[in-house]
Design a protein around this ligand. Sequence first.
Ligand SMILES: Nc1ncnc2c1ncn2[C@@H]1O[C@H](COP(=O)(O)OP(=O)(O)OP(=O)(O)O)[C@@H](O)[C@H]1O
Ligand SMILES: [Mg+2]
Length: 360
Amino acid sequence: MADVSLKKVGKTYENASANTIEELNLDIRSGEFVVLVGPSGCGKSTTLRMIAGLEELSDGQIWIGDRRVDELEPRERDIAMVFQNYALYPHMTVAQNMSFGLRLSGMDKAEIRRRVEEAAKVLDISALLERRPKQLSGGQRQRVAMGRAMVRDPAVFLFDEPLSNLDAKLRGQMRAEIRRLHKRLKATTIYVTHDQVEAMTLADRVVVLNKGKIEQQGTPEELYERPATRFVAGFIGSPTMNLLAADVVAESESVSLKIGEVSITVPAERAGALAAHAGSTIEIGVRPEHFLADGAADFSAAVDMSELLGPTKLIHFTLAGVTCSAMLPPELAVREGERQSLRIALDRISIFDPQTGNAL
Ligand SMILES: Nc1ncnc2c1ncn2[C@@H]1O[C@H](COP(=O)(O)OP(=O)(O)OP(=O)(O)O)[C@@H](O)[C@H]1O
Ligand SMILES: [Mg+2]
């Protein structure tokens, strides 16, 4: 296993008006599972393809271990990549697909067989080795693609949206399997997805990309609890964080937040970071689970829609002209068209500068 370092990596495609990737610096520790996440077009695949050697850099360097690799051929980089469409050869059996790269490299036949059998066992596809890809389900094809990467025993695994062609249930299963596999192999892994649930469940560290730049990186917990920008706040977490404009008003003993018509008094001992913004308008971010239906209510919301999702009840309401969602206990008796008293867990909110979108 090896460290991977991207040093001031830049990419400008020919005929493109702007840089796709700008001065990207990223250090990945040996054995770490890093997920690159971000909206469509933010440069995730481009970054991965540059590491793999499928795309040239316009700027900067890439190092794997103590080797500079950005000028090496893909096959010299000691990486294996799993693609979204699996890229299996239709005319070859599963075993032939898995062993193809090793056969090209001239590896000893017995060693190839040993590796294929071992990977097949780990992935639970031993019974499928003589089948062709069209005789497999989507999830099985996905496993074969992973097996083909595993037999090469690479220094680094690269995954580009490997689960996006699977249905939701299978995606959940494969996600758990990839996590287990990583625990077992402890291979340095760089995994690209636009699915924040995948990012949060798989990653040791999540790197959020926005327009070719790192917006924030950290553990899933850090990004969820302390998003550095409004963009990250909106991207991580589902349903998404509610963002509301609030005037901060200083009173003699306390601070209050004015959100449209609603005024919420923040007790002095909890005013903390808010007091510093007295007299200005900020943006507050409230996770759906931080609207609470217990204790003294801050406001009463007209419930537009109520959805029972099993373990929680999701309600939608409008606050200061913004459509918000709250996750409440499933047993709560609330119907569409009725009113529900809510309070905001003020000690859990995020606050942002409404101009820059940066956390305050
Ligand atoms: N070969 C290319 N030539 C020109 N522009 C390209 C090329 N490949 C990608 N781009 C552009 O670079 C930007 C980043 O593309 P990239 O494929 O890296 O995005 P992505 O984050 O992987 O998106 P998605 O989630 O949709 O897969 C996009 O604006 C895309 O149009
Ligand atoms: Mg992509």
